[in-house]
Design a protein around this ligand. Structure first.
Ligand SMILES: [Zn+2]
Length: 435
C-alpha cells in the first residue's frame, strides 16, 4: 500500500490518497491506512487527466501553415504527411506521449488516419511507444477513402481502399483491443472526417465496431467550411449526415463539434454522444468556440483533447483545462463554468467519452490508481486560496508525481520511463518538412 499523505483534494480539504497494486483503496480526509507514506504536502491530488483527441504523428510537422484555415492547413500538409514512416511515427509518438505524461495525462487517445503504403504498421509503432513510456493508451484505427478525384479534400495518394481499411480495422481490434478491467490498451475505429471518408465507410465502420463491441470516433462540425462542404456533397448539415449514417450514440465520441445548432446540442444530450473539446487547436485555426456548457447541460459528456500538435504546436493537456474555462466564459460570461467543472471535463467527462468512467477519472476506492500530484507551493501558485483555482486558472503547475495504474512514471516532474532529451533529439532529426 502506498499512501500519498497531506495533499490537497479537489474539495479544497487536506487529506490522502492510498492505493495498492493498480487500485485506489481510499481517498479523503479520514485517517489514512497503514502503508508506505509519501509526503504529498504542498501538492493537489487529482485523477490523471484523460486526453480524448490527438494525432501523435503531427509532432513531426509543427510550425507549418501558421495562418491557415483548417482546409488550407490540411491541403498544405497532406503531401508532407504522405511521407511518414515508422521511424518518424516512433519519434513523434514518443515525444507526444512524453509531453502528455509530463502534463498530468495518464490515459491518451490517438486518432491515426494516415497509412502510406510500405510505411509499416504505424499503429503498432505508436502502441510500442505507449508501452515503453507507461501511459494508458486508446489508439483509434483511423482511415480516409474519399480522395480528391471522388470529391474529397485529401489527395488520392493518402487515401486507402475501403475493403483494405475494414480488414485493417478488424485485425487491429483482434490484435490489440483489451476489454478487461484495468486494461492498458483499447482500440476504437475512426474514419477521419466527413470530407475525407465515403458514406459507405462511415456505415460499415459503425456496423463493424458495434459487432465487435468497440467505440467510434471521428472529427465533426469543426469549421464553417466543413458545413458548406457537407451541404454541397450530402445535401445536409454535418450532424444530420452523422445521424443519417448511424453515428449518434453513447458508443461514439466526436472531436470539436464547434458548429452545432440548438437542436443538435439536444440530440447529443439525448443520445449521450461524447465530444472531445480541443480549445487550443480551435483557436489556432480560428475555427470558433464549441458550445461546451450547453452540451454538458444537455447531458453529453465533453472531454478535452490537445488535438494533433501541428494545429497547436504543443500537446500538453493540463493547459487545456484553462483554455476550456476561458473559452466557455468568453462565450457565456464569468459564471458559465467553475474551475471544478473545468477539471471534470479533463477527468470524469473524458473517461465517459471513452466509455471508461467505471474505472477512470475519479479518486474513489476501486478506481484505477491513475493519480497526479500537482506542485502548488512554488512561485506561481503559493498562496492561491483554492487549490483547484491554482491548477485551472493559474499557470500550468508542475506535475510532480504521476502514477498510471499505481506505477510511478513521473517523479519531481521528470519522466522515469524514458530519456526526454534523447526523445527531443530524435524528434528534431525526424521532423518532416514540405518537399
Ligand atoms: Zn483532429
Amino acid at each position: 500500500m502506498i499512501v500519498l499523505d497531506g495533499c490537497a483534494l479537489a474539495s479544497g480539504e487536506t487529506g490522502h490518497v492510498a492505493f495498492e497494486g493498480d487500485r485506489i483503496v481510499s481517498a479523503g480526509t479520514g485517517d489514512p491506512p497503514d502503508g508506505t507514506r509519501i509526503d504529498a504536502s504542498g501538492c493537489l491530488a487529482t485523477p490523471g487527466l484523460v486526453n480524448c483527441h490527438h494525432h501523435l504523428y503531427q509532432w513531426a510537422t509543427r510550425g507549418l501553415a501558421q495562418q491557415a484555415t483548417l482546409f488550407e492547413w490540411l491541403v498544405e500538409l497532406y503531401p508532407t504527411w504522405a511521407r511518414i514512416d515508422a521511424d518518424i511515427e516512433r519519434a513523434a509518438a514518443r515525444a507526444g506521449l512524453a509531453s502528455l505524461l509530463l502534463s498530468g495525462c495518464t490515459t491518451a487517445s490517438d486518432h491515426h488516419y494516415v497509412f502510406p503504403r510500405d510505411a509499416g504498421d504505424l499503429l503498432e509503432v505508436e502502441i510500442e511507444a505507449a508501452r515503453e513510456l507507461g501511459i494508458r493508451f486508446y489508439p483509434c484505427r483511423g482511415s480516409m477513402d474519399l480522395g480528391k478525384s471522388d470529391g474529397g479534400l485529401p489527395p488520392d495518394s493518402v487515401v486507402e481502399d475501403r475493403d483494405e481499411i475494414l480488414t485493417a480495422c478488424s485485425e487491429a481490434t483482434d490484435r490489440w483491443h483489451d476489454p478487461s478491467p484495468g486494461a492498458m490498451l483499447r482500440i476504437a475505429l475512426a474514419p477521419c472526417s466527413p470530407f475525407s471518408v465515403t458514406r459507405d465507410l462511415m456505415r460499415e465502420c459503425a456496423a463493424l465496431a458495434r459487432a465487435r463491441g468497440v467505440r467510434l470516433h471521428t472529427h465533426m462540425a469543426e469549421t464553417v467550411e466543413e458545413e458548406q462542404f457537407c451541404q454541397e456533397l450530402f445535401g445536409m448539415r454535418p450532424v444530420e449526415y452523422l445521424e443519417d449514417v448511424g453515428w449518434l450514440g453513447d458508443d461514439v465520441w466526436l472531436a470539436h463539434c464547434v458548429h452545432l445548432n440548438e437542436r443538435e446540442v439536444s440530440r447529443f444530450g439525448e443520445t449521450r454522444t461524447g465530444v472531445a473539446h480541443c480549445p487550443s487547436s480551435n483557436a489556432r485555426l480560428g475555427a470558433g468556440i464549441a458550445p461546451v456548457v450547453p452540451l454538458v447541460r444537455a447531458g453529453a459528456p465533453v472531454g478535452l483533447g490537445v488535438d494533433g500538435a501541428a494545429s497547436a504546436e504543443h500537446g500538453e493537456l493540463a493547459g487545456e483545462l484553462r483554455q476550456a474555462l476561458l473559452f466557455a466564459r468568453l462565450a457565456g460570461g464569468p459564471a458559465a463554468i467553475t474551475a471544478r467543472e473545468a477539471l471534470d471535463l479533463g477527468t470524469i467527462h473524458g473517461a465517459r467519452c471513452l466509455g471508461w468512467d467505471d474505472e477512470l477519472g475519479k479518486l474513489e476506492p476501486g478506481s484505477l490508481a491513475d493519480i497526479v500530484l500537482w506542485r502548488l507551493d512554488d512561485l506561481d501558485h503559493a498562496g492561491i486560496e483554492d487549490p483547484v483555482a491554482a491548477l485551472v486558472l493559474g499557470a500550468r503547475p508542475l506535475a510532480d508525481r504521476v502514477f498510471v495504474g499505481g506505477r510511478e512514471v513521473v517523479r519531481g516532474g521528470e519522466l522515469l520511463t524514458a530519456d526526454v532529451e534523447e526523445i527531443a533529439r530524435d524528434l528534431a532529426a525526424m521532423r518532416l518538412v514540405p518537399a
